[in-house]
Design a protein around this ligand. Structure first.
Ligand code: COA
Length: 530
């Protein structure tokens, strides 16, 4: 593997302009992430603290090993959405507990009592998917008022799948631990109910199907909360709790002890880690802040991989897709990175490269910056659909873990061919400059304009130019808004927007997670259309 030689000119106007704009985007990201840590607001946080309780993020911090990382997933879910809080009432991420990589999920009790909202339910489903596909032990720090009752119609049916998944994971030897810190009603009660291990904190945990008011309404029985579902009752009488913790810290200590006795995790093959030759900071100057301006994929790879070394495959063929092998934090990966619009040759090359990585069981890293497949008569004649289908076939049937980072645009079928969310990559992260949609706003509005004009001409109806221009402008603005990375991450289209400079670390944690579930590449594919 040879080091990539950079040709970046730090003094150029373009580099400086990119750096300034990308840095401003990263600063905005930091501000949005800071908001996601505020829970349900000052009033609820203060009330929670006055009750002598730790906040969810403090619980996570105290559970983790000293100095451990915490790769938070979808911290901006629910961002700027009606009836949602940033983070959607749940904190989830990957960190080290008793030396093992675990997935931690903490209810945000200061947001609607930890009730699960519509986006919260979708986030929970995504967190559970990460736990299952990467075979990570999960630790739930529970304090949840169950379903967000005013929107119960949106979560009742899909929300049920979460409990099924816990028990299916149990069967697949993926252990789950619940530590209950507070009130956990109805759906909240089934979290510990379905878990393999349950710890309840004395005088705090209260777990019941229905609280005292509901019991009184249903049967007339009058009972206090502690007798109905307190930690002592469940530890001594019902048997729902396996460990009675003296206080919150004792509960977290108990969870760490449980993880310590779980079986050892697989140790992936890894070579000595080397830093890239070029600083990650330069990514901000390399990457165009405007997705319409292309940038060199190799300059990004050079700032992500060990020693900036890259063994490029078919370097002179299908040059709009850069493919090759590199080590990242000592893990061998096969990288596919867009370097222009996808044409037949690049699609064919990508499909072959994915087959080679499967043959050798090497994980894939997709770096998406794609406006789509090339359109036009000669490209159609050359079989752009047929060749693009080959790449989509390879991506769909590949069985090695894939991780996708959207480093620029993600438009059209290019999103699919480069392993977008629908193609089940283990993780999808995006950069703040990224845009995602079927196509760009001006293009989409332009297409609709032409369609409407053609239809009017066929019907012999005159066009109202002012109305038409207004409709075009509104549609363009709508698509621009919907292509925004915050719009996308709010709806769980990805696992989070990251600072480009953190990409190498985020990928290292993700690759380690991907290796927790043993995998073998496949040599079985659907029919390749030649
Ligand atoms: N759905 C939607 N909102 C809920 C909620 C739920 N399940 N549970 C609580 N909230 C809201 C409250 O209305 C309150 O909102 P407000 O401040 O705007 O009025 C806020 O969350 C805090 O609730 P509060 O009762 O003040 O907090 P608490 O910490 O004193 O008590 C609970 C927390 C969980 C004990 C209590 O809220 C409760 O019993 N909730 C209902 C639980 C339930 O029966 N769930 C069944 C779901 S199927």
């Amino acid at each position: 593997m040879h080091p990539i030689k950079t040709t970046v000119d730090h003094t150029s106007e373009a580099y400086q302009a990119n750096f300034t704009t990308n840095l401003a985007s990263v600063e905005r990201l930091k501000r949005e992430l800071a908001k996601s840590t505020l829970g349900g607001g000052e009033q609820y946080v203060q009330r929670h603290l006055k009750r002598g309780k730790l906040l969810p993020r403090e619980r996570v911090e105290m559970l983790l090993d000293e100095g451990s990382y915490f790769l938070e997933i979808a911290p901006l879910a629910g961002h700027d959405m009606d009836a949602e809080f940033i983070g959607a009432g749940v904190v989830g991420g990957i960190g080290l507990v008793s030396g093992k990589q675990c997935f931690i999920i903490a209810n945000e009790a200061t947001v609607k009592g930890g009730a699960v909202s519509e986006i919260g339910s979708r986030k929970n489903a995504r967190l559970a998917e990460i736990v299952a596909t990467n075979h990570l032990p999960s630790i739930s720090l529970v304090e949840s008022a169950g379903a967000d009752l005013p929107v119960q119609h949106k979560i009742f049916v899909p929300g049920g799948a979460g409990f099924k998944e816990i028990t299916r994971r149990s069967k697949a030897r993926i252990p789950s631990i619940s530590v209950v810190f507070g009130n956990s009603t109805a759906g909240g009660a089934y979290l510990p109910g379905m878990s393999d291990y349950v710890v309840m904190v004395k005088k705090q945990a209260q777990v019941f199907l229905g609280g005292p008011p509901l019991v009184k309404m249903a049967t007339g029985e009058i009972v206090d909360e502690e007798s109905l579902g307190g930690a002592e009752m469940h530890s001594k009488i019902s048997g729902l709790s396996d460990y009675l913790a003296e206080n919150e810290l004792d509960g977290l200590r108990t969870a760490r002890e449980i993880v310590a006795h779980l079986e050892d995790q697989p140790q992936p093959k890894r070579i000595a880690v080397e830093e890239p030759l070029y600083p990650a900071d330069e990514l901000l100057g390399v990457v165009a802040s405007d997705v319409r301006i292309p940038f060199e994929a190799r300059e990004v790879i050079a700032r992500l991989v060990d020693g900036s070394r890259f063994e490029e495959f078919k370097a002179k063929y299908g040059t709009t897709l850069v493919c090759g092998w590199a080590y990242l934090h000592g893990f061998l990966v096969g990288i596919l990175a867009n370097n222009g619009v996808l044409i037949s040759e690049s699609a064919n090359k990508g499909a072959q490269f994915i087959q080679l990585c499967n043959q050798q069981s090497i994980p894939l890293l997709f770096l998406q910056n794609i406006t789509g497949f090339m359109v036009g008569r000669s490209y159609e004649e050359q079989g752009i659909i047929r060749n693009g289908a080959k790449l989509i076939n390879a991506v769909s049937n590949s069985t090695v873990p894939a991780i996708t980072v959207m480093i620029g645009s993600s438009y059209g079928a290019g999103n699919y061919a480069m392993c977008g969310r629908a193609y089940d990559p283990r993780f999808v992260f995006t950069w703040p400059n990224h845009r995602i949609a079927v196509m760009g706003g001006p293009q989409l509005a332009g297409v609709m304009d032409i369609i409407k004009r053609d239809a009017a001409a066929r019907a012999g109806v005159p066009i109202d130019e002012a109305k038409q221009a207004m409709a075009k402008q509104m549609l363009e603005a709508q698509i621009e808004k919907e292509s925004d990375p915050y719009f996308a991450t709010a709806r769980l289209w990805d696992d989070g927007i990251i600072d480009p400079r953190d990409t190498r670390t985020v990928l290292a944690i993700s690759l380690l997670a991907a290796y927790q579930k043993p995998f073998t590449g496949t040599m079985e594919w659907g029919v390749f259309r030649h």
